[in-house]
Design a protein around this ligand. Sequence first.
Ligand code: GLC
Length: 424
Amino acid sequence: MKDVRDLDGEAAEIMRMNDRGGYSVPTAGLYPYQWNWDSAFAAYGYAFLDIDRAWEELETLFSGQWPDGMVPHILFHQVDPSYFPGPDIWGGVGPLPSSGISQPPIAATMARLVWELDIDAGRDRVAALYPKMVAWHRWFMAARDDGHGAICLTHPWEAGRDNAPDWDGPMRRIEPHGIAPYERRDTGHVDQDMRPKKADYDRYLYLVKQGHDCGWDQAHLLGINPFRMADPTMTFTLLRATRDLIWIGQQLGADTSELPAMIARMEAGTETLWNPGLNAYDVRDMKTGEWANAVSNAAFLCWYAGVDPKDTLVTYERVQAKVRFGVASHDPDSPAFEPKRYWRGPSWAMMNMLIAMGMDEAGLEEGAALRRQTARMIETGGFSEYFDPTTGAPAGGQNFTWTAAVWLGWCSPNVRRGRWAQSR
Ligand code: GLC
């Protein structure tokens, strides 16, 4: 195990190493661009090193916002051939070269946490971001409401949980025709046993091509996109972020009048994601109504979203009892569980932070326990992308920004600042 003070220094060094000037990359090599929710976590991490740099991260993210309010999941600031699929394959239609889908909207939540660390330094910065964040949330409600108030995704990458077993059924039904031959770059950086398979990749690219070919016309895509999943990740993160947006707006004396209706709508949508047979919030296929029947770590964001957890704690205790370093991204009791493959089992430090944040706020002692477990996982495995939940062994890319950020802002024993950090 490493000395904790070393880890603080190492985390700060990773944040600096992955800084490309105004934005960070998740890790050099594997992910050489700005990713949406990675960046929001990065902003929180930078806030513990340099508050100005934290705001800059969010400002750069929103500089890629499309005219319709969407904030893309990747901004391609500088073309880098080591990543595929790049800007030409996506054909984003915003002010900067970008992808054409979004990612879990945690920016408003992180903006609030950053602001609370230094109210004076942040006032003008957050005031400028506020209308942009509202526009993004408005876009989600217009383009991603599943018809019941749950938020759906249109591509597995949109939920940030790329190859989760939740998508297996609907992905298998897709016939990926018409995609040009391509060469993956991810397996050149990371062992292919830790990455999605070729069959997944063909389908990822097929969905991208559909969007590209219609210029990302959302109304058109609604009719043709075979992949529409009402999802706890999207619903819980947007619900939470909208609550934080109201708080921010109120502090600023800004107009928040449209936001409570969004919350009411998503609270109703949340009810439609409870799968009683699974005893957990679950993914529902918007086209067929079928459940994924998959307990993912996203199910445990219900406290973070501030909704009724129902029996989630029982399910949480069951899955946590099966691994040493949770929270496993997929149910360890399921035959689809693979402890090293990305979103099919590994534990992710940044998901743990969000889960624990909600638990802390709900007064559950499991939040502090999860923080200690995550700290031990990082002490054991370093700042890797994700971890084998059975052993704590590092997996995926190394020197990862969000793992470093989560250490600096949440699970290092030396974290002392901020309202939420102090109340732990
Ligand atoms: C992978 C992850 C996604 C993340 C991205 C960059 O695609 O699944 O959640 O944003 O890598 O780290």
